[in-house]
Ligand binder design. Structure first.
Ligand code: ADE
Ligand code: ZN
Length: 328
């Protein structure tokens, strides 16, 4: 199977988290900003655990201070994705990192991101949509500001609202107001759950936030009844195996629950989360799944079909994605 040529759909990619280290180093130098020891000697990002990862992530993001930076970042990231065979991607964009959740500033940053997405579609044939993301450890008041930014800019590009950040802080339900606001604005909903907070966090995501998809969700495997609930509700998991291994959620791919979740009938998709941080690419994720579980092009087509069905895009875009997958 030619994995690199196979068309791919990615549903879980943090825009800033996809910034290559050289891109961040270049901007830091250009702006004479000292972002401390976030890089290893070989130039890669350097962190020890999830808490440290979030700190390094925010330090890297601190050099993105203007809409033009996000224009360049978006072009770079979408080109990277297109080179992996990605035909459709949903990127998490955070008003917190785009003018501190000020609505007027957010609109300017978003215009630059959208312009870059348009350029990338024309240049590389990749379609991108945005999911506005609040950051859990910034608290529920700040999340409301992010949700307002999302609700005010819902449209052809902004199609969803979600939450990332430190899952061990607070409860999913603390953010219900923000998710309700986003739902009323007709945005689709997803949240990071069951990456660190166990099956209980997945339960809260379903019952307290009523999301359609879950970022990671893998720890649900520890609660078989809740796995059944995911299947019954047809909730799709945005699984990021390489991220889970790099951050130490699971020690090896063989120990990762993606295979049993799929076997149980849970709707499963494959993404990279923050590829340069985790030394991965979408092609590499597919290759490792093929090597470990013997998955073939049939499996990857099925996973991509699930992703197309769960994508937060219009019915026309979904149809066209399904047709492209059909040809593989
Ligand atoms: N933000 C970027 N990557 C993340 C992850 N893996 N978990 C939670 N928040 C994130
Ligand atoms: Zn994520």
């Amino acid at each position: 199977m030619d994995i690199d040529a196979c068309p791919k759909i990615e549903l879980h990619l943090h825009l800033e988290g996809a910034a290559p280290p050289h891109f961040i180093r270049y901007l830091a130098a250009e702006k004479h900003k000292d972002i401390g020891g976030i890089f290893a000697e070989n130039g890669d990002y350097k962190f020890t655990d999830f808490g440290h990862f979030l700190k390094i992530y925010e330090a890297a993001t601190s050099v993105l201070t203007a809409p033009e930076d996000f224009y360049r970042l978006t072009c770079e990231v979408l080109q990277q994705s297109a080179e992996q065979g990605v035909i459709y991607t949903e990127v998490f964009v955070s008003p917190d990192f785009c003018g501190g959740c000020d609505l007027a500033a957010w609109q300017e940053y978003l215009a630059a991101i959208e312009q870059a997405a348009g350029h990338s579609e024309r240049e590389f044939g990749i379609i991108a949509k945005g999911i506005v993301t609040c950051i859990r450890h910034f608290g529920s008041d700040q999340a409301r500001k992010a949700a307002r930014c999302a609700a005010e800019t819902v449209g052809d590009f902004i199609v969803g609202f979600g939450m990332g950040g430190d899952e061990l802080q607070g409860r999913q339900g603390d953010f219900a107001y923000s998710f309700d606001m986003a739902r009323e604005a007709k945005l689709h909903l997803t949240t990071h759950a069951g990456e660190w907070g166990g099956a209980e966090s997945v339960r809260q995501a379903i019952f307290d936030l009523n999301v359609e998809r879950i970022g990671h969700g893998v720890q649900v495997i520890d609660d078989p009844a809740l796995v059944e609930e995911l299947v019954a509700r047809q909730i799709t998991l945005e699984v990021c195996p390489g991220s889970n291994l790099a951050l130490g959620v699971y020690p090896t791919l063989s120990a990762h629950p993606i295979k049993p979740l799929r076997s149980a009938g849970v709707k499963t998709t494959i993404s990279t989360d923050d590829p340069p941080f985790f030394h991965t690419t979408l092609g590499q994720e597919y290759r490792q799944l093929a090597d470990t579980f013997g998955w073939t092009s049939k499996d990857f087509t099925a996973l991509n079909r699930t992703a197309a069905e769960a994508a937060f895009c219009s019915a026309e875009t979904r149809q066209s994605l399904l047709e492209k997958l059909e040809k593989t």
